[in-house]
Each structure stands twice: as C-alpha cells, then as structure tokens.
Design a binder for this molecule. Structure first.
Ligand SMILES: NC(=O)c1ccc[n+]([C@@H]2O[C@H](COP(=O)([O-])OP(=O)(O)OC[C@H]3O[C@@H](n4cnc5c(N)ncnc54)[C@H](OP(=O)(O)O)[C@@H]3O)[C@@H](O)[C@H]2O)c1
Length: 326
C-alpha cells in the first residue's frame, strides 16, 4: 500500500471500507486517483483486506483510522486531499436503544467534523452521501406530485414513530447545507435509494441484509424506508459524476426508478422462484407515486441506470458466492 499521497488530486473517502465505500474506492483507483480511505479499525482485517486487494491499491491507496467524533483523526485523513466523499455514517434500520449515541451524533456531528476539516484543509469539493431517507417519509407532500429533490423527510413523524435512521440522515444533510452556506464550502449531495449489488467487504450491510431476509421469507414491507432500488456501481459512479462535473449542484436522487417494495419483491420472486419470497399487496408504500427516469439530474449527466432485474441478479449471485445463501 502507498506510504503517503503527495500526488496532485488525491481524494478522501470516509467509510471507504463499507459496501458503497469500497465500490467507490475501486472505481476511483481505476480512474487513476490517489485515495485516502477511512476505516474504523486499522487492525481489523475485515475492514482492510478487501481494500488492499483492489487494483491500484498498492501504489495509490492510503488507509486512515477515524472516529467520526474525533476531529483530529478526520484532519489526518483529509489533509493533502482536494476532494472528499463523505459516506461514513451508521446505517441501522433495526430498532436502536440509544438513538443519540448510535445514530444521531455520528451522523450529524460526524458530518460537521468532516466539513470543518475539509474547509480547514482547503478541499475544493465535498460530496456528501445522504439518502432517500432524507426524502421519505414525507406525509404532507402533495399526493399528485412525484417525490424528488424538493421533498424532505418529516423529522417530527420519524421522532414520533421512533424511526431514527431517516431522522439521522435528514438532520445530517440539513446540517451539511447549513455549513456549506455559512462557510462557503462547495458541497454536492447524492441521495441513493436502497443500494444493492456485488459485495466487496466480508460483512453484509443493512440494504443487502434486507434482500437476504426477503429471500428467507421476511414479510416486512419497509413502509417508511423504500423508494426504489439502485445498483451499487451506479451509486459509486454518481458520486464520481457529481464530483467531476463542476456544474453539478444541490441534491441528486439516485434510484433506478421510483418503485414500491412490493414491485421489487415480485421481481425477485419471478426471477428466483426457488426461494420463499412472500407475496405483498401492490402498494407497499402508501401514496408513493411510481416514476421511471426519476433521477433526471444524474441521467442528464450521462448516468445510465442498471435495471432492477440486473440489480437483483447481481445481488443474489453475490450473496450466493459469499455463502449467505445456497
Ligand atoms: N445501503 C443503502 O441502501 C444506502 C442507501 C442510501 C444511503 N446510504 C448511505 O451510504 C453510506 C454508506 O452506507 P453503506 O450501505 O455502504 O453501509 P456500510 O457498509 O455499513 O458502510 C458505512 C461505513 O461507515 C463507517 N462508519 C459508521 N459509523 C462510523 C463511525 N462512528 N466512525 C467512523 N466510521 C463509521 C462504517 O465503518 P465500519 O464498517 O467499521 O462500521 C462503514 O465503513 C451511509 O452514509 C449510508 O447512510 C446507504
């Protein structure tokens, strides 16, 4: 692995060890970038080995240990880079005991720490990974208007229902926009849907776990969490597109199409009848209008989204090859 990165144009990827992060690191290395990738524990091979094995890692990848609440650790990772992709954030959709500590603090304070460090290091652009969870649940959105970049999650509803992941992503994205405005930092946001596809890390993340559970017969409909699926490669590409395209600005919805979880589950059942996929009602996301080409901003930048069918095939084949299913 590279000792340090003095090359022009190095970029930092926080959460580089994760499901999306490792795909982004892979594509950045492929494009010739020098990458500072952050992990939570440098001594844990489960976080480092799959990154060190990537093509180009030996000469252009530096790993940094960070804690999102430790500003100095972030400064060390971001120093000497000109661009930051901020992906690190706890991704827990199951019930949490202590929302402040487990979700809100690392998401919100972590984002502010990353942006402060980026500002101090003279970074030119920061791409923040938000989510469709900062767009839905949004109960007061007009019933006849397709949800998109203008729509924001209703945080009061999340608090009432105790669904803390969407609250954490919404408050973190809002904090990022406020920081960018107050400090004149160039920030661009990507809002991915439910991300699936081939897995690099040896562990499984929350969205691939959703698919695994579906294949095992889980009947949860993710009423407040689902707005469409997207291939992990497209999400990584979207990050690079909005980073490199200097005219990119604002939020970028990143889904193959706006769809219901029931549509997704029905496609899984059709393609893989050998698994016990439950049948769901047609509408699992009440009031969510379906829409093809919903991610217009990214499509206009040249992103051609991989189809739902291919997302499912690539994801299930990866789950098989990793031994999660047979
Ligand atoms: N997967 C989806 O469907 C989806 C959809 C929309 C948005 N997103 C967003 O995309 C980003 C990446 O998610 P992912 O799906 O790739 O999940 P993931 O595999 O769980 O990755 C999350 C990454 O963040 C790191 N992280 C979490 N808390 C941290 C902390 N306190 N300090 C330092 N690092 C920390 C994790 O490190 P460890 O591995 O060491 O825990 C991991 O590398 C997140 O911001 C998530 O909200 C995901």
């Amino acid at each position: 692995m590279a000792e340090s990165s003095k090359e022009e144009g190095a970029v930092c990827v926080t959460g580089g060890s994760g499901f999306i992060g490792s795909w982004l690191v892979h594509l950045l290395l492929q494009r010739g970038y020098t990458v500072h990738a952050t992990v939570k524990d440098l001594k844990d091979e489960k976080e480092t080995k799959h990154l060190e094995a990537l093509e180009g890692a030996e000469s252009r990848l530096c790993l940094f240990q960070i804690d999102l609440l430790d500003y100095d650790s972030l400064m060390a990772a971001i120093n000497r880079t000109i661009g930051v992709f901020h992906l690190a954030s706890p991704c827990i959709v199951d019930k949490v005991e202590d929302p402040e500590r487990e979700l809100l603090d690392p998401a919100i304070k972590g984002t502010i720490n990353v942006l402060k460090a980026a500002k101090e290091c003279g970074v030119r652009r920061v791409v923040v990974t938000s989510s469709i969870s900062a767009i839905i649940p949004s109960r007061y959105w007009p019933a006849d208007v397709i949800k998109g970049e203008d729509c924001w999650t209703d945080v009061d509803y999340c608090k009432q229902k105790g669904i803390w992941y969407p609250a954490s992503k919404t408050l973190a994205e809002k904090a990022a926009w406020e920081f960018a405005k107050e400090n004149g930092l160039d920030v661009v946001v990507v809002n991915p849907g439910t991300v699936m596809g081939p897995i690099f890390p040896p562990t499984i993340n929350a969205s691939m776990l959703m698919l695994l559970r579906l294949l095992q017969g889980c009947t949860e409909i993710y009423e407040d969490y689902f707005m469409g699926s997207v291939h992990v490669k497209d999400v990584a590409l979207a990050h690079i597109l909005v980073y490199e395209n200097l005219s990119a600005s604002g939020r970028h919805l990143c889904v193959e199409a706006i769809s219901h979880y029931g549509d997704f589950a029905a496609k899984v059942a059709e393609l893989y009848p050998e698994y016990k996929v439950p049948r769901f009602p047609k509408d699992t996301q009440p009031g969510l209008l379906r829409a093809k080409n919903a991610s217009k901003k990214l499509i206009d930048m040249g992103l051609q989204f991989i189809s739902m069918e291919q997302i499912i095939r690539d994801s299930i084949e990866s789950l098989k090859s990793k031994g999660y299913i047979s």
